[in-house]
Every structure is written in structure tokens, then in C-alpha cells.
Design a protein around this ligand. Structure first.
Ligand code: ADP
Ligand code: MG
Length: 297
């Protein structure tokens, strides 16, 4: 639920990420602006290499020492993220803002049990007892649809399927009831049948817990169904940003127009001319929002 009477939970103005490379500076993100209100869903779409992951890593303070993002404003509530100390950022991450990555196997630690990893954030941030943290871990695993939750706690990541691992990642992101979740193509590594289940889960939990969500996705069907607003990135720039209905009604930039032309409709192949697989064949016309899509689509 969006509450527009409040200040944005996240405010970004002129975020720029330059990466020094052997052949010169790569202007990977070129001065992007956006705001996010409490409980709001922003979907970021854009082709591979357009700067989506770098943007989310910059927000989380996870770019590492070599890459220094710059911005006129990059505030999470009252915290200026770019000026925050590593300690402040650590206390925000996991507790008030958390991230779900594309490939859970690279973000889960293979040598710790699911239970230890789930409880870690709470034990670090919350001043919580182990017993309470364990109870919360079981509760969250059940919430993300994992059966026999208690017995999963002692398992290691490799003992779980990809879909289960991604559910665990979602549970982990939710342990401290963050106000903001950033999910970077959270289902791309999963089977198509599981992708929809996981996204549905994420969106249901968001509605239940009221957190703001930044979802990076290729799937315009998902965007049409869940986004309050959309940011379209192209070559490091935000070429279009605004309410979802506006983008679907009349995209102004050729890139989002091209993307929209990728939406397969009954009787059309599921690959667009560029060969890009768009993967949302069941999308009702207008994406389920009662939107009017141009007739040529
Ligand atoms: N650590 C890095 N070093 C050098 N170049 C990078 C690094 N991370 C990303 N890039 C480059 O920055 C651009 C944007 O990357 P990224 O944000 O990962 O794109 P997206 O997530 O939209 O696919 C790409 O050209 C990518 O190759
Ligand atoms: Mg990416």
C-alpha cells in the first residue's frame, strides 16, 4: 500500500557510477533520479549491461572499494548513504534494507547451515536471543512456503533445490522486517514454472509486511501487474520513469516502445524480433491492470 503523505523512504538524485577500466572510464550509470515511498513497488527494467545491478549495489553500499558511486542525493530516510560509515551501512543492511540476488548459491554461504544464516542477521542486529531467532527462522521458512521448516534449519544450501534456496534467500531478507527490499532479477536462475511462484510469494509478502520493493526484472508482464512505477534504464541512463500505467499507455522513448513490442499476445510468437525471450505468455491484455496497450501489439 502506497502512502503518499509521507516523505520518500528512498531518494536518489543524479546517481553516477564511473568505473575505471584499462581502456578508460566506463560511465556505467549516468546521473539517474528516482524516489520511492513506503510500501511502494518500483520495477527497474532495461537490457543487460544497462546499469541495473550496479545501481542496486550502490544503494546497498555493496560496490566495494574500487567503484565509488556519486550522487547529489542518495538518502534512505534520513541517512545519506554515500556519507554513511561502514558501520552505519552494516546496521542498515539486513535490518532495514535487504537485497535478494539473482543466484542464491552465490549469496548463501555453502559452509553454514540454513538456520545459522537465517538467524545471523537477527543475532547481529536485533539483540535477540538464539531461541527467539530460531523461532523466527522457522516462522519465516513457513511463510515462504517451505515445509518441514524445522528440519531445514540444519541443512546446508547444497541440499536444497534452486527454488528452495531462493525461498530461503527471501526468508533471510525478511528476517528483520526491512522497510526496503531490493530484488535483482530474483527468479532468472530458476525454472520458468518456479519463477512465477517465487515472484507471487515476494509480492504477497510485500503486501502483508508493507515494505517498499525495488524489483529488477525482464518480465514486463510482472511489471504491469505489480509495479506502482517503472524506471527504464538504457546504457546507464534512466530513459523513462513514471507510473506504470503511463509507461504502458504511451512510452515516449524508443527503447521502452521496443520492450513493449516484445510482449507476446495470443497468436504471436513468444520471441520478439530481437530474439529476446519475454516469457509472459499468460499476460492478459493490458497486463491485468486494465491498461490499454497499443493495437499493433
Ligand atoms: N566490477 C565491474 N568492473 C567493470 N565493469 C563493470 C563492473 N560491474 C559492472 N560493470 C559494467 O557496468 C555495466 C553495467 O553493469 P550492470 O549494472 O551489472 O548491468 P545490468 O545489471 O543492467 O545487466 C556493464 O557494462 C558491466 O559490464
Ligand atoms: Mg544485473
Amino acid at each position: 500500500m502506497t502512502d503518499n503523505t509521507q516523505n520518500p523512504i528512498l531518494r536518489v538524485k543524479n546517481l553516477t557510477i564511473d568505473i575505471p577500466t584499462a581502456t578508460g572510464t566506463l560511465h556505467a550509470v549516468r546521473g539517474i533520479d528516482f524516489d520511492l515511498m513506503r510500501g511502494e513497488t518500483l520495477c527497474i527494467v532495461g537490457e543487460s549491461g544497462s546499469g541495473k545491478s550496479l545501481t542496486s549495489l550502490a544503494l546497498m553500499g555493496l560496490l566495494g572499494r574500487a567503484i565509488r558511486p556519486q550522487a547529489d542525493v542518495m538518502d534512505f530516510e534520513r541517512t545519506a548513504l554515500l556519507e554513511a560509515s561502514p558501520k552505519t551501512l552494516r546496521s542498515l543492511r539486513g535490518a532495514r534494507m535487504s537485497m535478494i540476488f539473482q543466484e542464491p548459491m552465490t549469496s548463501l554461504n555453502p559452509s553454514y547451515t540454513i538456520g545459522d544464516q537465517l538467524m545471523e542477521a537477527l543475532l547481529i542486529h536485533g539483540g535477540t536471543s538464539r531461541k527467539t531467532a530460531r523461532g523466527r527462522a522457522i516462522e519465516l521458512l513457513q511463510k515462504v512456503g517451505i515445509t518441514a521448516a524445522e528440519s531445514r534449519l540444519s541443512q546446508f544450501p547444497h541440499q536444497l533445490s534452486g527454488g528452495l534456496r531462493q525461498r530461503v534467500m527471501i526468508a533471510m531478507a525478511l528476517m528483520c522486517e526491512p522497510e526496503l527490499i531490493i530484488a535483482d532479477e530474483p527468479t532468472t536462475a530458476l525454472d520458468v514454472t518456479i519463477q512465477a511462484q517465487i515472484l507471487r510469494l515476494l509480492v504477497d509478502l510485500q503486501a502483508e509486511m508493507g515494505m517498499a520493493l525495488i524489483l529488477i526484472t525482464h518480465d514486463l508482464g510482472v511489471v504491469a501487474r505489480i509495479a506502482d512505477k517503472v524506471a527504464v534504464m538504457y546504457a546507464g541512463a534512466l530513459v523513462e520513469t513514471g507510473p506504470t500505467a503511463d509507461l504502458f499507455a504511451a512510452p515516449s522513448h524508443p527503447y521502452p516502445r521496443g520492450l513493449l513490442n516484445c510482449i507476446p499476445l495470443p497468436g504471436k510468437p513468444d520471441r520478439c524480433e530481437t530474439g529476446h525471450y519475454c516469457g509472459h505468455r499468460a499476460l492478459p491484455r493490458g497486463g491485468g491492470l486494465g491498461l490499454h496497450l497499443p493495437h499493433q501489439m
